[in-house]
Design a protein around this ligand. Sequence first.
Ligand SMILES: NC(=O)c1ccc[n+]([C@@H]2O[C@H](COP(=O)([O-])OP(=O)(O)OC[C@H]3O[C@@H](n4cnc5c(N)ncnc54)[C@H](O)[C@@H]3O)[C@@H](O)[C@H]2O)c1
Length: 364
Amino acid sequence: MPSHRKIKAGIIGFGRMGEMYLNQMLKSHQWEISAICDTDPDALAIAANLVPAGTLLTSDENRIFEDPSIEVVVLATLADSRKKHIFKAVEQSKHVITEKPLGSTIEEEKAVLEKLRDSRIMISVNLPLRTAWYHKTIKDFIATGEIGDLAIVRVCHMTPGLAPGEGHWAEGPLFHDCGMHYVDIARWYAHSEFKTWNAQAIRMWDYKEPWWLQAHGTFENGIVFDVTQGHVYGQLAKDLTHNGYVDLIGTKGIARMHHDFVTATVELHGISQTRVIKKPFGDKNLDILCQLFAQSVLSGIMDPALPQVEDAVIASEYAWKFLADASEKDMPVRGNIKTLEEIRERRNNKRIGYGLLRKKKKIK
Ligand SMILES: NC(=O)c1ccc[n+]([C@@H]2O[C@H](COP(=O)([O-])OP(=O)(O)OC[C@H]3O[C@@H](n4cnc5c(N)ncnc54)[C@H](O)[C@@H]3O)[C@@H](O)[C@H]2O)c1
């Protein structure tokens, strides 16, 4: 088979992420989107304006799973249908690019891992921090010994993003939905498994679930960590801002990164060199994910740089554990529903905010 052939793919779930995959794949010479499935007719109507003539638009996922010409399915629904879709992909021998999490409970995610164990499909999960240039640059720098032994991993992601009740109800509280990325990247830097942890959360605006959580603890190899995540960062401020960084502290030097969602700045302070690197942030890095996955399908060998489902499940599991730990402690309330309603109004109707969902979702 010539290596320049296009890979036929179908996208299931055409919300914010599904549209990002479509746009990425339309730009690429490696992909051809044969079909898009969404249970919401409004989503299919949006897709109709974006896809080339001849693309199948359907609410029936089986039209994708049962099409023998489709080699890859992109799973971008919410987590409550992930397990069913991955099971179907295994049964129909489709390769999979999937959104996280791999299920709406850890039991579902473990069932997915079990189902995949003896399967021959290739599957990667969108953990974009793992393919981000800034994290790879820092990890390579650490590997040279420039900061001595890595001792402390600090990760922070606070934005005026997804507000409570806006969407993603199936992915669990925010620290699970979004926080699992930062749990994952802390473990990726430490190269070790979580050993101990303490978590503290707060229920902002009297919402039923915490919308900010900080966990700290140790890894098996003695590295310590803290992870802070919340979409509680000045949603009603006149000018929006955010605070996202990693801080890697070694026995001799440090490496760190911060970004403004446009540019990421890496600062390396090693024993023999100091470097500052500024490059485009890269957002979800879907270009890298789709390119590596296409190469893997064409070569028949999964690229080791692709994020693995096992890592996503471990990150998900520990995000749940940190939430459970926080829920055993005092979880204070600050703010009230009135402020939350103002935030929702600003995000949904005035369309001001970070990570806006494509259209207004039912508020629960
Ligand atoms: N990896 C990342 O960085 C990242 C970022 C954002 C979201 N996500 C994940 O991506 C997924 C989608 O998020 P989103 O922001 O695009 O949500 P969204 O609500 O904008 O889109 C979800 C879409 O899936 C459709 N859908 C739901 N069930 C379906 C089914 N059974 N069959 C077909 N279509 C179905 C909905 O109608 C909707 O159009 C979530 O699981 C979320 O956790 C990941």
